[in-house]
Design a protein. Sequence first.
Length: 275
Amino acid sequence: MIRAVCAPDPQRLAKHEGQHKYDHGHALVLSGPPGHGGAARLAARAALRVGAGLVTLGCPRAAVGENAARLDAVMLRAVDAAEDLERLLEDRRLNAICLGPGLGLEPVRAELVAATLASGRPAVLDADALTLLARDPCLAARLHSACVLTPHGGEFQRLFPDLASVPRPDAVAAAATRSGCVVLLKGAETRIAGPDGLALHAATGAASAPWLATAGAGDVLAGLIAGLLARGLPPQEAAETGVWLHAEAARRVGPGLIAEDLPEALPAVFRSLGL
């Protein structure tokens, strides 16, 4: 049975008097080499906008300067190798990780994916991280129940080639069972499978959001989910809430939307929910 993704419970997203930033988690977004940081910056800003108390962008030392020139509320740490990431994650307050947007495909990036998975932290794996998983079955075998995979159709086919000919609802459910984590297959009809079963978010017809077909929109979605994981939502709930907020923000912006608009539309979406 497939259920529809519904508007989130406002109380799950609210912040309350007397709370402080660490009550809402600390998300870490990993970025790639100089000149490739835009996607991770989009994800980091989305994580902050969705309510994560703190967000840090980890990037190679050579890219710190260019990211510092574009970020203010998002903090920066140099992460050149898996050892740097492991030291950073000694701080248990860093409780959710987003990696993939603009990460790169060099061997050191695969080592960052491995270190992320070994940490056991809730994690969103998107874009380049999915390509690295598809290339290395041993790496994919390290996935765990706190992970969320966010492939588009092509990435899904590379990750699960034998499921490409299976009807999409069955394929997504099978992929979630096989990987042991939440799988979100992006599209106008986004399907999310995990421990809570199979859910469908249809941005079609009167609810369509065609302007989401733009560079960077998926990076924003990854950041939204990571921010919600940092705030303590379980992986499938974070994925479903992120998809709903993503599409609702797009509908509020409408024609002419670019990815940078999506985080900025969230305050209006939150007000519409009564927050």
